[in-house]
Design a protein around this ligand. Structure first.
Ligand code: DX5
Length: 220
């Protein structure tokens, strides 16, 4: 099963709630909310207030992608705001094992994101605490960047590592996902595709863009 997860970083901020509801109406299971602190990622985006505002509007999974240097300080705030899954970067916390335990203890799913320079094997000893692995296919910070093709090999390695240990952890990808790159990442073993500018844009509606992405995967 492949799922497309729209990233609202690319949405129209004057009507963020509507854009989230459009995604839900288009049949997505989750949307991703990118949290950036201007330090871990060279940009500033949203805070827990946006999660709290969107929560009553949609039933879908609210995926909170924490691109911040000290995620441990904010785990409970985002869960209280309505997050269903917290994704932290392997490169951020001092003690990833403890951070993942803390996320699970808050009763939500725990995801780990890997920057393009971070090898897959760093996760070998925490896989029992992970519900999703997100391979960054761009360097964190902005939507609309070019897909980094070298990450396809990392996705394949991860898939092999998980299959070898019979671990059914979905592999997500984030950055530069469109109708050309979506089939490539699925072929490599990814099943959760975060997409910003290919879902939210002036060219077509959310539903039309979603249909085009899914068609590109089905026709691969
Ligand atoms: C980048 C974010 C991505 C970004 C994806 O740091 O984590 O989610 O919004 O945008 P596109 O799909 O346009 O590359």
């Amino acid at each position: 099963m492949v799922s497309i997860v729209p990233s609202i970083l690319a949405a129209d901020y004057t009507r963020l709630g509507e854009q989230a509801m459009e995604a839900e109406a288009a049949g997505v299971e989750a949307i991703q909310i990118d949290i950036m602190d201007g330090v871990f990622a060279p940009n500033l985006s949203f805070g827990p207030g946006v999660v709290k505002a969107l929560r009553p509007l949609v039933k879908l999974t609210l995926d909170v992608h924490l691109m911040i240097v000290d995620p441990d300080r904010y785990l409970d705030v985002f869960v209280e705001a309505g997050a269903d899954r917290l994704i932290v970067h392997q490169e951020a916390p001092q003690h990833l094992h403890r951070t993942l335990q803390s996320i699970r203890a808050l009763g939500v799913e725990a995801g780990v994101a890997l920057n393009p320079a971070t090898p897959a094997h760093v996760l070998e000893d925490v896989l029992d605490l992970v519900d999703l692995i997100q391979v960054m296919t761009v360097n964190p910070g902005f939507g609309g960047q070019a897909f980094i093709h070298s990450q396809l090999a990392k996705i394949r390695r991860l898939r092999q590592m998980l299959d070898k240990r019979s671990l059914n952890i979905p592999i997500g990808v984030d950055g530069g996902i469109d109708t050309t790159t979506a089939p490539l990442v699925v072929e490599a073993g990814a099943s959760v595709l975060v997409a910003g500018s290919s879902v939210y844009n002036e060219t077509a509606s959310v539903a039309e863009n979603m249909a085009a992405l899914l068609a590109s995967i089905e026709s691969r």
